[in-house]
Design a protein around this ligand. Structure first.
Ligand code: NAD
Length: 256
């Protein structure tokens, strides 16, 4: 796999899954633009050790203006985006009738609308260069529901729908658009859900085992490295006719 000369933008890549994907892309030779909150110095060092160019832009992707600034930065500093990984996402767990309206709006803005905005901003450059990969990190929750996750499940179902449309609209080009649907991956987003169980008095080890046992038949976490390898496959020539797909990588969650 050689992505030398390609520029990848991975949103929400200062931690978790996005960071794992950014590392895989850099290892394959791509220049990488990181995005996300918090101190980016560790992520910059980890991704930069592969010797390709790495930058970071701290745009809050729930803001259309900041999203546009991120793409201006990509154009100005890197010459555009060839591989767009829409990964940034947040979660909030509460029953619908108690779901804070402001959390609903924030989740839809980041987990769904930002995917639309970044896609529409990336496509013209991809068409111009006659090659592109758009990879949306959806979730098993793009295909099934779970209690307490109304906004997240609605947004991820929306991302899979959007992926199908963009996959069709680019079908005769060298641009592909696909979604990846991970099951449980151990990241800060999932740690928070384990912490909520621990707060009810459950032993930490047990809380982790319970979380897996409820949904993921393999009883093992998917890793950011697994997801990085799948992204590389979708960027390869062998992946060039995978279009508009929602690809499960979930320890069997959706087989049930
Ligand atoms: P994480 O919390 O570890 O990382 C989220 C990243 O997004 C961080 O870099 C954070 O700074 C960034 N971010 C948050 N709000 C942002 C905003 N407004 N603008 C820009 N960046 C922002 O989460 P994760 O578990 O790595 O999740 C990454 C993606 O994978 C999400 O879309 C999530 O829905 C999806 N996913 C996660 C799992 C899992 O089990 N962890 C499973 C399926 C899907």
């Amino acid at each position: 796999m050689n992505l030398t000369g390609k520029v990848a933008l991975v949103t929400g890549s200062t931690s978790g899954i996005g960071l794992g994907i950014a590392q895989a892309l850099a290892q394959a030779g791509a220049d990488v633009i990181l995005n996300g909150f918090g101190d980016a110095s560790t992520a910059l060092a980890e991704v930069g050790r592969h010797g390709t160019r790495v930058g970071h832009h701290p745009a809050d992707l729930s803001s259309i203006e900041q999203l546009a600034e991120l793409f201006s930065y990509a154009e100005r500093e890197f010459g555009g985006v060839d591989i767009l990984v829409n990964n940034a996402g947040i979660q909030h767990v509460a029953p619908v009738e108690q779901f804070p309206v402001e959390r609903w709006d924030a989740i839809i803005a980041l987990n769904l609308s930002a995917v639309f905005h970044s896609t529409r901003l990336a496509l013209p450059g991809m068409h111009q260069r006659n090659w592109g990969r758009i990879i949306n990190i959806a979730s098993v929750h793009g295909q099934v529901g779970s209690v307490g996750k109304a906004a997240y499940v609605a947004a991820k179902h929306g991302v899979i729908g959007l992926t199908k449309v963009v996959g069709l609209e680019t079908a005769t080009s060298q641009i592909t658009c696909n979604a990846i649907c991970p099951g449980w991956v151990m990241t800060p987003l999932v740690q928070k859900q384990i912490d909520d169980r621990i707060a009810t008095g459950v032993d930490p080890q047990q809380a982790q085992q319970d979380l897996l046992a409820e949904k993921q038949p393999s009883l093992a976490f998917v890793t950011p490295q697994h997801l990085g390898e799948l992204v590389l496959f979708l960027c390869s020539e062998a992946g060039s006719q995978v279009r508009g797909a929602a690809w499960n990588i979930d320890g069997g969650w959706l087989a049930q």
